[in-house]
Design a protein around this ligand. Structure first.
Ligand code: COA
Ligand code: MG
Length: 287
């Protein structure tokens, strides 16, 4: 599995304590899974969840889904033990919560060694200010928006248009893009039975530039996978743009015109990215 070209449209949280959900996830069409030991697991259940999760990972069966383990913060009574039990238990990536700044991820990197990729939760105001350095850490390959914690910390209100979060969300996308190959994931949509609301929020996150969205319930996967995948007409247009550009280059032109719009080299790069994404999604579906 190539983590760099893998799609990250749908990234489902599963409480590490819930055996039934851990098992169900082996059949779900999600691009990645965050196996959670932090907020989704009550303090009294943390120790057992660690063992339950280690066993689920050892049993395997998660196919092409990227396996991310969210540990507790290292300054909690559980964090270090989470790392000890789970860092070598089959996870592809470790997700660190409550990151404020670069040293938080660097401390984790010191403990887990240089070969394990790290994703950082972006859920404190400080993390948003420090997003650029966090994303630039050599082991960080993903930023995960923690919009519930962020809303709480900012003291802002929940709004359907997410206006109060907009600057933070954009900072997260910008920080990821300012570093090469860092995935940017949108936060969760809490009303998990509201498909229309989810669709609107997915499309907003997609338009902002996120690679995908974190989810809390299997019912959210299909809408999300669709929203973050290129549409057939986008794929067709990308192909036509690439062909038209190649044709005009043969004729010594630096630009082409498709559907009344200019196609320059940068549009070709964007078109190639769309095709690569479509291909990665097709690979994912071919289990
Ligand atoms: N991952 C995998 N499977 C899940 C799941 C998840 N996040 N959430 C629910 N399921 C499964 C259930 O186990 C159940 O499976 P079954 O039919 O085999 O019994 C099925 O989906 C239907 O579940 P449902 O009854 O609709 O939901 P629920 O009331 O049991 O749970 C939540 C609702 C929100 C509590 C639950 O979805 C959940 O715990 N989500 C994750 C929360 C989380 O991780 N938060 C931290 C990050 S914000
Ligand atoms: Mg959180």
């Amino acid at each position: 599995m190539d983590l760099a070209t893998h799609p990250y449209r749908s990234v489902l949280y599963i409480p590490g304590s819930k055996e039934r959900a851990l098992d169900k996830a082996r059949q779900l069409e999600t691009d990645a899974i965050i196996f959670d030991l932090e907020d989704a697991v009550a303090p009294d259940a943390k120790a057992e969840a660690r063992q339950t999760l280690a066993k689920a990972l050892a049993d395997g069966g998660y196919g092409k889904r990227v396996k991310v383990v969210r540990i507790n913060a290292l300054n909690t009574e559980w964090g270090l033990e989470d790392v000890r039990v789970l860092a070598n238990a089959g996870a592809d990536i470790i997700l660190l919560p409550k990151v404020n700044a670069y040293p938080d991820v660097d401390n984790l990197a010191d403990i887990i060694g240089p070969d394990m990729p790290i994703w950082a939760m972006m859920e404190t105001p400080a993390s948003v200010f420090n997003a650029r350095e966090i994303a630039a850490h050599r082991q960080v390959t993903g930023l995960v928006s923690g919009t519930n914690d962020l809303t709480k910390e900012l003291g802002c209100r929940y709004r359907a248009d997410r206006l109060p979060l907009m600057q933070s969300l954009q900072m997260i996308v910008m920080a990821a893009r300012a570093s090469r190959g860092v995935v940017a994931l949108d936060g969760v949509y809490n009303r998990f039975r509201d498909g229309d609301g989810l669709k609107a929020e997915c499309e907003q996150g997609r338009d902002l530039g996120f690679d995908g969205k974190t989810l809390i319930h299997p019912a959210q996967i299909e809408v999300t996978n669709t929203a973050f995948a290129p549409t057939q007409s986008e794929i067709d247009l990308a192909q036509r743009q690439i062909e038209a550009f190649e044709e005009s280059q043969k004729q010594g032109q630096g630009v082409a015109v498709v559907d009344g719009q200019i196609v320059e080299n940068l549009h070709v790069v964007a078109a190639q990215r769309i095709l690569a994404k479509a291909e990665a999604i097709a690979d994912m579906a071919a289990e």
